[in-house]
Design a protein around this ligand. Structure first.
Ligand SMILES: Nc1ncnc2c1ncn2[C@@H]1O[C@H](COP(=O)(O)OP(=O)(O)O)[C@@H](O)[C@H]1O
Ligand code: SF4
Ligand SMILES: [Mg+2]
Length: 347
């Protein structure tokens, strides 16, 4: 990807009630080893017109967090144990499946990594978008079709009127992802959740799709939760970032702050392994050594301690909690005040 300077996002107006407010969210999954905690006490807010990036290695609980918000946790396998998810003032936990179906696609919509699995190969893209519009807006076929063409045009599909009659396989990967985005925004949702939306695309197309998402969020005053394992993606479009490790948020920061100076060793590890955007350091790690723990084998103390270059004995025992450092910043590191981060493990 062409790496641009991280955007200098300004903090959103925190006096208005947030569009999405997640508080103390705990999600458990029934795994081969029994019930295990997958998301531990996630708390965050997302304001209109802004993008929140959720970043972390594979398996850190990003998708599960978003599926919980969408009410799409796989039944009998995953459950919200406790916590609250409020969308525009409405508490979503405990709502009936029927109510959630109304809200999905209408107030909030999701874009997945693989359009191939979300688009039906048997119907034209125009029909699929029009069907979505008819279901949620209750308009007639003609108006729904017009709306499909309108949104296909808005996401940059050339000749939208004729392309609406094409089938998903007749589009390139990047164009299919645009079709997915068109479908997601067709009913003007207020919240857009994009889970690795550009991971399957080549770098140039990736940058174009990210720019498109960014423009849509601002033009329509939507809010976007952007999930990625790639900090470069966050740099391109997010205002604020949450770094997630082993089911926990370990750092919250404005994107500009995070790139300038991480305040958690895990964030630092993610950053310094990206040479294009590494902070003030010459020492670089190829990647963070080791791998994340399995959910049923979470380490005691700070969950990152087995991989942390700064770990002390107390990190193995003392619980690390997310501590607020400033209005825009929090870190879950017991040593946050002692460490001079940004040097990739060199104290
Ligand atoms: N369908 C499932 N069944 C059992 N465990 C799952 C399932 N989906 C996810 N998990 C568990 O939840 C953890 C977090 O997964 P996920 O949210 O998909 O990670 P991420 O999106 O950050 O890569 C995984 O490590 C895995 O152990
Ligand atoms: S608490 Fe200790 S082990 Fe955990 S991130 Fe901080 S220094 Fe590393
Ligand atoms: Mg995922």
């Amino acid at each position: 990807m062409t790496m641009s300077e991280p955007r200098t996002g300004s903090p959103a107006d925190t006096s208005a009630p947030p569009l999405l407010e997640v508080d103390g969210l705990m999600v458990d999954f029934n795994t081969d080893q029994g019930w295990a905690n997958i998301v531990d006490n996630a708390t965050f807010r997302l304001d209109r017109g802004t993008t929140l990036g959720l970043v972390g290695e594979s398996g850190s609980g990003k998708s599960v967090t978003s599926l919980a918000v969408m009410g799409l946790l796989p039944k009998s396998v995953g459950r919200v144990r406790s916590g609250s998810i409020r969308l525009d003032g409405t508490e979503l936990t405990g709502l009936s499946e029927r109510r959630m179906e109304d809200i999905r696609g209408d107030t909030m919509a999701m874009i997945f990594q693989e359009p191939a699995t979300s688009l039906n190969p048997a119907f034209t893209v125009g029909d699929q978008i029009a069907e979505m519009v008819r279901r949620h807006r209750g308009v007639n076929r003609r108006l729904a079709w017009d709306r499909a063409i309108e949104v296909l045009g808005e996401v940059g599909i050339p000749n939208a009127r004729s392309r609406a009659k094409a089938y998903p396989h007749e589009f390139s990967g990047g164009m299919r992802q645009r079709v997915m985005i068109a479908m997601a925004i067709s009913c003007e949702p207020r919240l857009l959740i994009a889970d690795e939306p550009t991971t399957a695309l080549d770098v140039t197309i990736q940058a174009q799709v990210l720019a498109l998402l960014d423009r849509l969020v601002r033009d329509h005053d939507m809010a976007m939760l952007l999930i990625t394992h790639d900090l470069g993606v966050i740099a391109q479009v997010s205002d604020e970032a949450l770094v997630m490790y082993a089911g926990q948020i370990v750092e919250r920061a404005l994107v500009s702050e995070l790139y300038q100076l991480p305040r958690h060793p895990y964030s630092e590890g993610l950053l310094v392994s990206m040479p294009q955007i590494a902070p003030r350091t010459s020492a670089r790690l190829a990647s963070i050594p080791g791998s994340p723990p399995m959910p049923w084998q979470q380490p005691s103390g700070c969950r990152f301690h087995p991989r942390c270059p700064y770990a002390l004995e107390r990190c193995r025992h003392d619980e690390a909690i997310l501590v607020q450092l400033s209005e825009t910043r929090s870190s879950r590191c017991l040593r946050v005040d002692e460490l001079d981060l940004g040097r990739g493990g060199n104290e």
